[in-house]
Design a protein around this ligand. Structure first.
Ligand SMILES: [Zn+2]
Length: 390
């Protein structure tokens, strides 16, 4: 799922195991900070007789290794999701970590649990590995020792921070999976863990403000108060989005496909053998939201969306029949009218289609697409909010 705080953008940095890796602009800021800290704080003057330029080189090298460690954390999430059959669109590294853009949400709490927990486990393993190398294999008076020690501490800290129990941190997702398992309700679990994320954000902002505004020792115990407040603020914002997402999940699950599907005459019906260029003589006048039901001697056999027609190249537009572009009732797993809108949305995303046929006992009843779901959500009476428990 996408909970990136800086949008889905970023600079392409290559591909690992088929997964595109992107770098958010904020990543370079943190990379620079790591290089700076290593060069000026971790490696003191005079150690190994290092000159200024050499220390910066060590800093850049350590920054690169830190980058690979972050990637290891995200790859652990992504590869686990892939093992559950989920498609991973990209990994974006930013700010204090990364985000794996997974094309669908977990279907079971167990999946959510493992996808979430492997990231911090990877960081912990990498961190402990560096610590062991530093403490056992390297002479404690060398530069390499100090850098390995710093990378070890950084990765263990990353593991610990990510395990804080508030959505959208990994620990919050672990929490979400546990609440989901106990209550059986996905949206309640999302909301509870997002509320914990908001609480965490508020506490961090409070800690940061305490450090900035007072000189009480408790608030100045090593972590830069401004950083803590900033991260707390980002957490608060994203957790708020999580709360909204949980409301959407609840509304979606409450909607039935049968209530929002389009049936004739709202869905235009046309013979399956009708050429597309006759069905839509002017593509410029085609409404993107239009859907078509293809019929064969009076029986509905497939569905198509105006978007599909708009995307056809000239040759196919001139030569295809509705039959060639339609999604037949037999082409996909049937969506039953009693299915929830959440399932319809998941299937639309997973199968990368614009519309899905709604089928009951082998008979095609209608068609549902993103438009219908969004429209139905907009019409949700606001009173629904007060009827669902905490
Ligand atoms: Zn993670």
């Amino acid at each position: 799922m996408n909970f990136g705080m800086f949008g889905g953008g970023g600079i392409k940095a290559g591909r690992i195991l088929g997964i595109p890796i992107r770098l958010d602009i904020s990543f370079f800021f943190v990379f620079g900070l790591v290089v700076f800290l290593i060069a000026t704080q971790i490696l003191p003057d005079g150690l190994d007789g290092l000159g200024g330029a050499e220390r910066w080189l060590w800093g850049v090298g350590a920054g690169a290794v830190y980058f690979i460690s972050l990637l290891g954390h995200e790859l652990a999430h992504s590869l686990t999701a892939r093992r559950y059959g989920m498609e991973v669109s990209s990994i974006t590294l930013f700010f204090f970590g990364g985000v794996s853009l997974i094309r669908e949400d977990s279907q079971r709490p167990g999946q959510e649990f493992w996808i979430a927990i492997v990231g911090p486990l990877a960081s912990l393993l990498i961190g402990v590995g560096f610590l062991l190398i530093a403490l056992l294999a390297l002479d404690s008076t060398t530069t390499l020792h100090d850098v390995a020690l710093a990378l070890g501490v950084l990765n263990v800290f990353l593991a610990a921070f990510n395990m804080l129990p508030g959505f959208p941190l990994d620990g919050g997702r672990v929490m979400r999976s546990l609440i989901w398992r106990v209550t059986g309700s996905r949206h309640r679990a999302t909301r509870a863990s997002a509320r914990l994320g908001q609480l965490l954000g508020v506490l961090m902002i409070g800690y940061g403000l305490g450090g900035v505004l007072t000189d009480v020792g408790y608030f100045n115990s090593g972590f830069s108060p401004i950083w803590v407040a900033l991260i707390g603020f980002l957490l608060l914002t994203q957790a708020g989005q999580g709360v909204k997402a949980s409301e959407l999940e609840r509304d979606l699950a409450a909607l039935r496909v049968g209530e929002l599907m389009l049936t004739p005459p709202d869905a235009r019906t046309a013979e399956a053998d009708l050429p597309v260029r006759i069905l839509a003589p002017s593509r410029a006048q085609l409404d993107q939201q239009d859907v078509f039901i293809a019929a064969e001697s009076g029986t509905a056999v497939g569905v198509a969306s105006a978007v599909q027609i708009l995307l056809l190249d000239e040759e196919h537009y001139l030569n295809d029949r509705l039959r060639d572009i339609m999604l037949g009732a037999g082409d996909v797993l049937p969506l039953e009218p009693s299915a929830g809108a959440d399932e319809a949305l998941r299937r639309l995303q997973k199968e990368r289609t614009f519309v899905l046929p709604v089928v009951e006992r082998g008979r095609l009843l209608g068609v549902v697409g993103l438009e219908q779901i969004l429209k139905a959500l907009g019409q949700q009476p606001p009173s629904l909010d007060s009827t669902s428990g905490a």
